[in-house]
Every structure is written in C-alpha cells, then in structure tokens.
Design a protein around this ligand. Structure first.
Ligand SMILES: C[S@@+](CC[C@H](N)C(=O)[O-])C[C@H]1O[C@@H](n2cnc3c(N)ncnc32)[C@H](O)[C@@H]1O
Length: 523
C-alpha cells in the first residue's frame, strides 16, 4: 500500500516537473522522499527492494534539485544534488545540474569537476552532446577566469550586432586592503600600464529600462524598486550571495570592517551572515552603481538605457578625484581596467561622479553620495582655494562666460606665480577642464589665446597623469588630430594609448580605432 502511494507521488512529481510547475513538483518530491526514507528505515526491505528504492530516492533528490534550480533556490538545490550524489556518486543528471548551478555562481573549478565526472559516464546518458557542450563551455570560462584573455574586437567591429562576447569572472593583480581614503579599498599588487585588465565581475542583480530624457523620478524609482526586489530574492535563495553582500559597507563605521581575502571571491565557500532588511537597504544605497556613471561606459546598448546594479568586488573600489581605473559594462559584467599607469601597492579608485569640476561642485556631489571626499586632490585643492585669486578665477568660471580663454590664462598665470608644478597643475587644470575644453574646441578662441596658454598636448598629458584617461579628454585630443594640429603617427599612437585608458586592452587596435572615431554614433 505504502509502495503504491510512493509510486503515485513519484509520478505526480515528475509530471509537475515536466509541466514546469516547480513549486508543486518540489512539494510532491518532498513527500515522496520523506515516505521513502521512512519506509527504508522502518521496513528494513531486502537487498533488491532497497536497491530499487535508493535509485528512486537518488532520482527524486536530483529532480527536486532541478526544480529548485529553476526557481533559483540555489542553496537548497545544491544540497539536493549532494544528497543524490551521496547515493550515486556518478549520477549524470545530478552532476549536470550541480555543474550548471556552480557555473551560474562563477565557481568554474568546481563546475568543471562535475562536468568532467559527467562526461566520463556520458556514454550511458541519452544526451551526450549536451554533456560535451557544457564541458567545453566550462573549460573556456575556467580558462578565461584564470588568464583574463578576453577579446571583444569582433563584437566592437560588428557595431555590437554579433553575439555578445563570453565573459567569466576574473581577478587580476588586485587585493583588498585597508585604505587611507576610507575603510577597505582595492589595491594593485603589481605595476600595470594604462588599459590593463584588473577585474571582471558579474552582477548579483541589475535592473534596466529604456528611459527617455524627460522620464519622471517615478520611473527611476520603479527601476530602483525592481532592482532591490531582485537582490533580496537572490540573497534569500543563495547563501553564497547573501554572504557576499553582507561583506559590503553600510557606509557606517568603515574603519572597523573586516578585510576579506580576495581568494574567497573565486572558488572557496562563503558563509552566510545575518542580513536584515535595514542593513540590506543601507548596503544597496552605498554600493549600487549606475551603468552610465561618469567613469563607466556601456558597450553595445542603446544610449537611452539606464541600469542600476550590484557588483560585489567592484564595490570595494573607493572614489577619488584622481582616479586610476574605469569600468566597462558589457552585458551583466563589469570590466575594470587601469585608466593610467598604476604602481604596485597603489589604491585603485574610480570617479563616482564628475571630477572634471572645481572642488565646490565635487563637494556637493560627494555629499549627495553621503561622504566627504578624503582624496589627495581634494586635500590639495582645499588649501589652494583659500587664496583670493583662486576664488576670483572660480567665480568668473562659475559665470559660464563666453570667452573661457581668460579663465585658462589667469589660472596658468596664477600657477606660475605660486610655483605649482607637476601633479598640482594637473589637479587644477582638471578642475577647470571645461574652460580648457571650450578654448581648445573653438578656432576663434585658439586664434586669440593659443599663444598665451599651454599647448593642448601638454594640458592633456598633465591631466591624464592625474585623473587618467577620460572620454572627453580623448575627444579633444582626437579633434586636435583631425584638425591637423599635430604630427600624425606619434600622436596617433598617443591617441590609442589614451583610448586604451578609456576602453581597456580587451580589444585590438582596429576595434579601438573604430570606437575612438565613431564611438557614440555606433551605440
Ligand atoms: C562602495 S563603498 C567603497 C568601499 C568601502 N570603503 C568599504 O570599506 O567597503 C563606498 C563608501 O566608501 C566610502 N568612500 C569611498 N570613497 C571615498 C572618498 N573618496 N572619501 C571618503 N569616503 C569614501 C564612503 O563611505 C562610501 O559610502
């Protein structure tokens, strides 16, 4: 009688799974599993029956894992996989299910073990091609995650119409350490040149919508709410994701936060911590980033797209008004690269907001971010802005006068009087970038001021040395090249170096060229 009930439950559960009614299927399998386990322990069946029941139990755990994985109930699905594999170590269906879940969690090494084990048994499995396909994909991702050999050239050259390139999470020459800016930060472990890939990380969740320029605040709130729901849902279904999120700062008491080992983000276990809703919301407030932020570039998407997401490893990157990294958003991945040469041990920072502005404007933006900026450039400029001349220049600049040449001229003269050299010059030029920009882009202004102010080439070099490559700076440089202001080949090489600072080294010269010349038109 009991065996009959079990048989009925098992058939019902399998049918529900086929019909993609996962919740009901999980419930039916749970009942079957419980009855089956009781039967085995209470009835002590003979060897043949026991063997049959154990096989059924293994399949039930495996199918419940499948249903749970479809609902993204990752932690419970993995537990079911392990229960099934404890009964039958090389159960192909379970190995595939477990491998796919591990792959979705970017745990390539462990996923590879599952697919390799499944492949050994695959001859007896009806879908041999599926097994070998998954094994090959996992090998590729595992390889990319170890050596970071991404190349998006073909995709860029196709105008982003070909298949989006395959990305795996990658941790380059970086570590998390105590920051002088605030709490923890990400640091370079070796000298890297501009454009070097440092990190590729996949979003915990991201929400996007097409947002026309005049869209209401309400529309933004909808994106934000959807995004929060997605993160909360993922964290509730996956203890690893919950563990990762709980490492992040709430913006309070950052100096007391623990310093996670960078290795724990790749293939090791992360324990789940307590994470109530209040803490979760503070974490999202402090760490969520916009895809179209100033130091980011969304590749392959419509310009009206707006997206907000959470990328855990990138969340350890502090802001600086002298940033040295930028990020590209490609699909759900964030790709972080050096935007200028970086020395070993240097903290990696990007701009959370526009830093090509004077200190007062930057202060306001930092306040809306909830902090007061403690970067070196702000400290330097706080002192300089005590000078009356500096405040006068800032006032004229603030009036958005038509002829900004006067601002540039007065600033350059003041820097000469105050004997400001090297990085200091770059800092102040960055603050008044819009004035330089206006002059360099206007033939009439150049005729009037050209001889009295430094060459554009010189200004660009000093800017990039302190704030790294920036699309706007590169554009002015490229426009200068097109107007024939410089000697061709050497300057073209320099333009490509600047371009690598903006777009990274994950594409060949030809693709980079196309982005530099036609970038915005293609997106
Ligand atoms: C995304 S987190 C960066 C990592 C964070 N420092 C940590 O320990 O986890 C953003 C928070 O870091 C701090 N922060 C980042 N850049 C800063 C800066 N330039 N000056 C002061 N605080 C900064 C602020 O508290 C901000 O809310």
């Amino acid at each position: 009688m009991e065996e009959e009930t079990m048989q009925e439950l098992r058939s019902k559960a399998a049918e529900l799974l086929l019909r993609e009614e996962y919740k009901d299927s999980i419930s039916a399998y749970s009942q079957f599993i419980s009855l089956c386990q009781d039967f085995i322990s209470e009835k002590n069946p003979d060897a043949a029956v026991l063997e049959r029941l154990r096989k059924s139990l293994c399949l039930a755990f495996s199918n419940r894992a499948e249903a749970r994985s479809r609902l993204m109930e990752v932690t419970e699905a993995l537990e079911d996989c392990d229960l099934a594999l404890r009964i039958e170590r090389s159960h192909v269906k379970t190995l595939l299910c477990k491998g796919k879940i591990l792959l979705s969690l970017n745990r390539y090494g462990m996923a590879l073990e599952c697919f390799e084990a499944a492949n050994l048994e695959a001859q007896s499995y009806e879908n041999v091609d599926l097994v070998s396909g998954l094994l090959e994909k996992c090998k590729r991702l595992d390889y990319l995650s170890r050596n970071g050999g991404f190349d998006i050239s073909d995709w860029v050259l196709s105008g982003f119409t070909s298949k989006t390139p395959e990305f795996a999470e990658y941790v380059g020459a970086v570590e998390i350490s105590k920051s002088e800016i605030s709490g923890r930060g990400l640091f370079a472990t070796k000298h890297v040149e501009s454009g070097t890939l440092l990190l590729v990380t996949k979003a915990i969740a991201v929400d996007r919508a097409i947002m026309p320029p005049d869209s209401s605040e309400n529309a933004q709130l909808v994106i934000w709410k959807n995004f929060i729901d997605k993160v909360v849902d993922s964290a509730s279904k996956c203890s690893r994701i919950k563990g990762l999120i709980s490492m992040l700062s709430t913006g309070e008491d950052e100096e007391s936060l623990g310093i996670p080992d960078i290795g724990s983000f790749t293939d090791s276990d992360i324990s789940s911590e307590k994470l109530d809703m209040e803490r979760m919301l503070s974490i999202l407030d402090v760490n969520s980033i916009l895809e179209d932020a100033i130091s980011a570039k969304v590749l392959g998407k419509n310009v009206d797209y707006q997206g907000v997401g959470l990328w855990v490893l990138a969340s350890f990157i502090n802001h600086s008004c002298d940033p040295n990294v930028r990020r590209l958003h490609i699909g759900d991945h964030v790709v972080v690269h050096a935007s200028r040469d970086v020395k070993a041990g240097e903290e990696l920072t990007y701009a959370y907001f526009d830093i090509l502005l004077p200190i007062n404007n930057r202060r306001e933006m930092a306040t809306t971010w909830g902090f007061s900026c403690r970067c070196k450039r702000c400290k330097f400029e706080e002192n300089i802005f005590l000078k009356q001349d500096m405040r006068d220049i800032d006032m004229v600049f603030g009036k958005k006068v038509v002829d900004m040449g006067n601002v540039v001229f007065r600033l350059e003269e003041a820097m000469r009087r105050w004997a400001i050299r090297g990085k200091g010059k770059g800092h102040l030029r960055a603050s008044f970038w819009q004035a330089y920009h206006q002059v360099f882009e206007c033939e009439k202004s150049m005729k009037k001021w050209g001889r009295k102010i430094p060459l554009m080439n010189v200004v660009v070099d000093s800017l990039v040395e302190v704030v790294g490559s920036d699309e706007r700076i590169v554009k002015v440089f490229m426009d200068g090249l097109k107007r024939g202001r410089f000697n061709g080949a050497v300057e073209m090489e320099k333009a490509l170096k600047l371009g690598r600072g903006v777009y990274g080294k994950i594409m060949k010269k030809q693709a980079l060229r196309s982005l530099l010349q036609f970038g915005s038109a293609q997106e």
